[in-house]
Design a binder for this molecule. Structure first.
Ligand code: 5GP
Length: 177
């Protein structure tokens, strides 16, 4: 694949789909082994994780469920300040083992908010699975249990990740040129 133009920016090939496929398989094998007695609930964070979630779930061989959520944040009343909300999780998850599926973990802000909401819902335990991880930017103490591929602090698109809404459909991962 050559240079791809998305709006005003150009992106060059970075990680080929074959390498992503192998990374997804590795993550699935770890989850299959670790959680074989848990009947986990996978919680995929939209929009970015849709492709990773689909590929990962095809490799999961233990009994499990999946739900898709969106994170929304809005300003509440003056006294409450900024409120974070989890949209789409309509079932009771108390006591469940939850595996969060993310496209990429960067600063970890998203994961921090999400896991605090999961704790409020009294889950038994949670694990984090992410297709991509930027260890040099990550600032939180929360363990990232399953990492597909570690990358440096570069802006990437493809495999679910977008630039201004574009590029989510690309099967390879590209980096800003
Ligand atoms: P965090 O909250 O960990 O800083 O960032 C997570 C979110 O930021 C991801 O779900 C994704 O939407 C966005 N993000 C972080 N790094 C990248 C990147 O390199 N490319 C794209 N397209 N989005 C990114």
């Amino acid at each position: 694949m050559s240079i791809v133009t998305l709006k005003d920016k150009q992106f060059k090939p970075y990680i080929k789909s074959e390498q992503i496929e192998a990374a997804v398989k590795k993550v699935a094998q770890q989850i299959n082994a670790d959680l074989k007695n848990e009947m986990p609930l996978f919680v995929a964070v939209l929009n970015g994780s849709f492709m990773f979630a689909a590929d990962l779930m095809k490799q999961i061989e233990i009994p499990c469920e999946i739900s898709f959520v969106k994170m929304a944040s809005y300003h509440g009343t003056e006294s409450t300040g900024k409120v974070n909300e989890l949209i789409g999780l309509n079932q009771n998850i108390e006591g469940r083992t939850v595996v969060v599926i993310e496209d990429i973990v960067d600063t970890g802000n998203t994961i921090e908010k999400l896991t605090s909401m999961l704790k409020d819902k009294k889950v038994k335990s949670f694990k984090i699975a992410t297709a991509l991880f930027k260890p040099s930017v990550y600032k939180k103490d929360i363990k990232i249990d399953y990492v597909g591929i570690e990358i440096p602090n570069d802006f990437v698109v493809g495999y679910g990740l977008d630039y201004d809404g574009l590029g989510r459909n690309l099967k390879d991962i590209l980096v800003i040129a």
